[in-house]
Design a protein around this ligand. Structure first.
Ligand code: ATP
Length: 241
């Protein structure tokens, strides 16, 4: 499997304080799902925003053979790097369909239409409400809409920031089941930020644990199938900072 994304020595600093991300390195293969886990403030969202071109960073981010340093966020979207932010940020006053159209703003009408049909097929819950204003949706439906909007852009790499945040366990499972379907049916690669190890393991290949802006541990999902190994990783990496 060749690498789609290569992150090398990535650092992010806001103002004069300690850097939020400190020389982080990892790779994501074509079609692979890589998770970044860690407590609030560990630097996960900052890494995602740096890859998407939404915050200044130092170090190297390569997409295939291309160095992204000089590319603004919108060009990265055109290349196939799509960020689905934490907190969803859908436009409440617009309808579900209009929110999806926004996701495909860089696409030709025919492709956008085809992608929207695919998304509505994948998420029947929101298809039923396509002409309703987005603020009327439940939390889980809003999360599906946010992911769906990202998928309309036809990404090769989806940056998914805490899709489980604020959702009841049943809805979390539903959202992750859909992500598993996308995984099975396409060669989409995903970087997934999560605090929830159990759901993360269902989807991803490799997990990187972050603390204080650094990667402090790595495991494969296969390694963590063993209960004792899973507990050991939780104690070592997800316990008190
Ligand atoms: P969370 O799950 O809470 O979003 P996180 O692991 O994604 O946590 P980041 O959001 O990347 O962490 O934040 C890392 C550090 O950088 C934190 O100390 C945070 O306060 C700080 N930070 C994040 N964004 C900014 C910003 N725009 N300006 C200043 N500091 C910021």
């Amino acid at each position: 499997m060749s690498d789609l994304l290569t992150v090398r020595d990535l650092s992010v600093a806001y103002g004069s304080g300690a850097p939020a991300v400190k020389r982080v390195s990892f790779t994501v293969g074509e079609g692979a799902v890589v998770a970044l886990l860690g407590a609030n403030g560990a630097g996960k969202s900052s890494i995602m925003k740096a890859i998407a071109g939404l915050t200044p960073a130092s170090g190297t981010v390569m997409f295939g053979a291309e160095d992204l340093a000089a590319l603004p966020a919108r060009t990265r979207v055109a290349r196939g790097i799509v960020y689905v932010p934490e907190g969803r940020e859908i436009v409440g006053d617009l309808t579900v369909r209009e929110n999806l159209i926004l996701g495909g703003y860089q696409k030709a009408a025919a492709e956008r239409k085809q992608r929207m049909a695919m998304v509505l097929d994948l998420f029947p819950e929101i298809a039923e409400k396509a002409d309703r204003q987005a603020w009327r949706l439940s939390g889980g439906e809003q999360q599906m809409l946010a992911i769906g909007r990202g998928l309309v852009a036809n990404p090769r790499l989806l940056l998914l920031d805490e899709p489980s945040l604020g959702l009841a366990p049943l809805l979390v499972r539903r959202v992750f089941d859909r992500l598993a379907v996308i995984r099975r049916e396409t060669d989409l690669a995903i970087v997934l930020v999560e605090q929830n190890l159990a759901v993360t393991m269902r989807l991803c290949d490799d997990l990187h644990f972050l603390r204080g802006g650094r990667i402090v541990g790595q495991r494969s999902a296969a390694e963590l199938k063993d209960k004792a190994a899973r507990q050991e990783a939780i104690d070592a990496y997800l316990g008190a900072a």
